[in-house]
Design a protein around this ligand. Structure first.
Ligand code: NOJ
Length: 542
């Protein structure tokens, strides 16, 4: 068990790295990644320079939604290892100064969780009220118009007891009733269980959705002004998501997290429909989540005219309250190399530079560091229930969950040669081994940027201040002496820098060390991080 020595801001200053455990490294040779596989790769992660890893859910599950249907919150899925493997992973990660975060799934359980099995057994069962059970309308229809995020109504009629139960995702993922105090107490205990084992914090699944409107009012329809994920559902989920009552739960969890030394941290999967809603997840005075994912940023294009306003508004909204979190890839939305960059390596280099150069905590998704793109998965190999249910309109999320390519050999260094992986490797792809010692690789660039951040206080903590730059490019100063400039366009641009400077890292490695005298020229899809020779502002920007 780890009691990792740390200063309290590793999660602010460091880079966090998301691992989909089934797809990272398979130590047992069954084609499924596992905890020992992650353990074997800790030296790589330490070499890469990440401060913490977030593991997608590892608890026991019938895997209708690959771990996001939990049937025991205090266990490790046997396909991934044992709880002792996890203890070892935490301890070994701690020895390398890497923190370990788990996924917590409080919105719903598996329908095979003993709580739900009991709950559905009768209207008077001990756990009946742990879930959301409601009588049909007089015509037999569901109690309201709520729709499941995975399609269809959010209600399923249980014939035996004659009531509907709520599920914001699959029918096999019944929603817990967070108005029930026993549910709250149970989760307090689950948090403590993992914190006591040395887990450094949680990414909270569907953080914005766990508490529902007590009166179960109908949702209004979506409008043109809503973000894409709201149109996709067709209604504004104002009564089953983003309820103000959720904040009581986060304040309670923050008190628990604060009771540990080193402090444990809470990161929310917070799909705020509007940027103005996001700060609320940090609390009124930073007394709720430490970090809240910013999906407005995730869903913008690699275009400064969309990105910069989001970054600036987020910064303004969180000033003196909380710390931004930036990501562009995850196991749901896809990989940045595809979604932002359409497989163009120049764009992926710029995307990594800007992510690692912003004011806030960057999250990388395994494979981002080598420019790994989504791998289209043929229909017969699909694993994701979304793709299976919605093919071909929606191929699902498997494309961004394929195994990590470590080497070019058979098995990709992920599993043993000849073993069929749980998801296909896909065609030839970048791999860690080929890139590791190549100074011109995406991996070397990414590692160089992480290293620069680690050694440069301006890049870890310095304020963001936008600098003038031609359309299509984006430049900002961090702290007193550093500038990030990226050209997100097909034409070369020329930018003035506040004073003379030097290129510390370029997306083109040949530019490293170049001296600049008040001007920087960037080719199409090129970026640089500069140090300025003189302070332009008093040292106030921290
Ligand atoms: C969000 C998770 O990231 C996703 O993978 C999952 O399907 C849903 N929540 C339901 O738990």
């Amino acid at each position: 068990m780890s009691a990792q020595p740390s200063n309290s801001s590793w999660w602010r200053e460091g880079v966090l790295y998301q691992i989909y455990p089934r797809s990272f490294a398979d130590s047992s040779g069954d084609g499924i990644g596992d905890l020992r596989g992650i353990l074997d790769r800790l030296d790589y992660l330490a070499w890469l320079g990440v401060a913490g890893i977030w593991l997608n859910t590892i608890t026991l599950s019938p895997d209708r939604d690959w771990g996001y249907d939990v049937s025991d919150y205090r266990s490790v899925h046997p396909e991934l290892g044992t709880i002792e493997d996890l203890d070892r992973l935490v301890a070994e990660a701690g020895r390398r100064d890497i923190r370990v975060l788990l996924d917590l799934v409080p919105n719903h359980t598996s329908d095979q969780h003993p709580w739900f099995v009991d709950s559905r057994s009768s209207r008077t069962s001990a756990h009946r009220d742990w879930y959301v059970w409601v009588d049909p309308k007089p015509d037999g229809s569901p109690p309201n118009n709520w729709l499941s995020i995975f399609g269809g109504p959010a209600w399923t009629l249980d014939e035996r007891t004659g009531q509907y139960y709520l599920h914001n995702f699959l029918p096999e993922q019944p929603d817990l009733n967070w108005w029930n105090e026993e549910v709250r107490t149970e989760f307090d205990d689950i948090l403590r269980f993992w914190f006591d084992r040395g887990i450094d914090g949680f990414r909270i699944d569907v953080a914005h959705g766990i508490v529902k409107d007590r009166e179960l009012r109908d949702n209004p329809p979506a409008t043109e002004d809503d973000p894409p994920w709201v149109w996709a559902i067709g209604q504004r989920q104002v009564y089953n998501l983003n309820r103000p009552e959720v904040h009581d739960v986060f304040r309670r969890w923050r008190r628990i997290a604060n009771g540990y030394e080193p402090r444990r941290i809470l990161i929310g999967e917070t799909w705020a429909p509007d940027l103005a809603v996001l700060p609320a997840y940090y609390g009124r005075e930073d007394d709720e989540l430490h970090l809240a994912f910013n999906f407005a940023f995730v869903f913008c294009h690699l275009d400064e005219s969309e990105m910069a306003p989001i970054v600036e508004e987020t910064d303004k909204n969180l000033a003196n309250l909380g710390w931004p979190a930036w990501t562009a890839s995850n196991h749901d939305v896809g990989r940045l190399a595809s979604r932002w960059c359409s497989g163009d390596e120049r764009k992926a280099r710029c995307a990594l530079m800007l992510l690692l150069g912003l004011h806030g905590t960057p999250f990388l998704y395994y494979g981002d560091e080598i420019g790994l793109a989504d791998v289209p998965v043929p229909r017969e190999d699909l694993r994701d229930p979304l793709g299976i249910r919605q093919w071909p309109a929606n191929p699902g999320r498997d494309a961004c969950r394929t195994p990590m390519p470590w080497t070019a050999e058979e098995g990709a260094g992920f599993t043993r040669p000849g073993v069929r992986p749980w998801l296909p490797f896909g065609p030839a792809r970048p791999n860690v081994e080929d890139q590791r010692d190549d100074p011109g690789s995406v991996l070397s660039l990414c590692r160089g940027l992480i290293e620069l951040r680690r050694t440069t206080v301006d890049l870890r903590l310095g304020n963001y201040r936008r600098l003038p730059s031609p359309a299509g490019s984006w430049a900002w100063q961090r702290g007193d002496r550093h500038v990030v400039a990226v050209n997100l366009s097909d034409s070369a641009v020329s930018l003035e820098t506040p004073v003379d400077g030097k290129v510390l890292v370029g997306t083109d490695p040949d530019r490293t060390g170049e001296r600049l005298d008040g001007e920087v020229r960037l080719g199409p899809w090129e970026g640089v991080v500069l140090s300025l020779s003189l302070a332009t502002e008093p040292a106030s920007g921290r």
